[in-house]
Ligand binder design. Structure first.
Ligand code: CP
Length: 313
């Protein structure tokens, strides 16, 4: 894998589809440099705002941590108390923040591809990082997942990665299946077959969990997104049955290859996707993923500040 690529300069980071293999590797390399203590100087005071119209713990706090570590000032934005509640559009909200002096925003919204109109609007010049759009894309999560896998194996070529669980509602699955394939990994899917739709079949085959577990290098589990399930699906859902049929039980974990790892974007439903005791077991990288998330977001933001000549280099 070529690790000698230039530092990236990106106008916005909204979808993994826009990033080449070289871009992904450059972002991972810079994230790793930040993890090892790299610092940057900004040419003037710069300001960030984080607009989260859906709940978040990891993405919201780690974007804020990344912004502060880069020396930016974070402007508070509370969606519930904002004029969005009075009907102001997202575009007008961004133009308002821009007029006030905000240089970049991280946005999470339940609408798929909410960012398309914003990045095409000639009157919006601020940098936009997509912090998750509906069931569409979650590029910062995907990049922190790639950083964690690269850190573990030093390569992607030939790795077998299973993405297991609530596929149909998952922006993580959609972002990761594409980039993993581009990077040379082989992707498999598991979980309830009704959630394995045609868009996934393009990227890999579905298999029973007991077939996946002994063969995979990475077992990546997804949260069951009860908030997006239909009422009748939630009504008939059993945590115990799901765990037995599709989850990583302690018995299944014992079948994994010696150096195989467990990943999950979190939040985890303990004893549903993964047995409680396995969330912090030796082969779990779940909290390492979160740690890497800060450094990957620093790399994403640095690439956008570089595009605006806001970093001294
Ligand atoms: N993984 C992830 O996106 O978590 P949050 O919803 O807490 O941000």
């Amino acid at each position: 894998m070529d690790m000698t690529t230039q530092l990236l300069s990106l106008e916005n980071v909204v979808s993994m589809e826009d990033l080449s293999v070289a871009d992904v590797m450059s972002l991972i390399r810079e994230a790793n440099d930040f993890k090892n203590g790299k610092q940057v100087d900004l040419v003037r005071p710069t300001y960030a705002a984080n607009l989260f119209f859906e709940n978040s713990t990891r993405t919201h706090t780690s974007f804020e941590m990344a912004e502060r570590k880069l020396g930016m000032t974070v402007v508070n934005f509370d969606p519930a108390a904002s004029s969005v509640k009075k009907g102001e559009t997202l575009g007008d909200t961004l133009k308002t923040l821009q007029a006030i002096g905000v240089d970049m925003v991280a946005i999470r919204d339940r609408k798929n591809e909410y960012y398309k109109d914003l990045v095409e609007d000639p009157n919006i010049h601020m940098a936009i990082a997509n912090a998750g759009d509906g069931s569409g894309q979650h590029p910062s999560q995907s990049l922190l997942d790639m950083m964690t896998i690269y850190q573990e194996f030093g390569n992607f070529k030939g790795l077998k990665v299973a993405i297991v669980g609530d596929l149909s509602h998952s922006r993580v699955a959609r972002s990761n299946m594409e980039v993993l394939t581009k990077l040379g990994a082989k992707v498999y899917f598991g979980g309830p077959k009704k959630w394995f739709t045609d868009d996934f079949a393009e990227y890999g085959e579905w298999r029973e969990i007991d077939e996946l577990v002994p063969e995979m290098d990475v077992m990546m589990f997804l949260r069951v997104q009860h908030e997006r399930l239909a009422a009748d699906e939630n009504g008939s859902f059993s945590d115990v049955k799901y765990h037995q049929q599709y989850g990583l039980t302690k018995d299944r974990e014992r079948q994994m290859k010696d150096d195989a790892i467990i990943m999950h974007p979190a939040p985890v439903n303990r004893d549903v996707e993964i047995a409680d005791e396995l969330v912090e077991c030796d082969r779990s990288r779940i909290f390492e993923q979160m740690k890497n998330g800060v450094f990957v977001r620093m790399a994403i933001i640095a690439s956008m500040l570089r595009f605006k000549n806001l970093i001294e280099e």
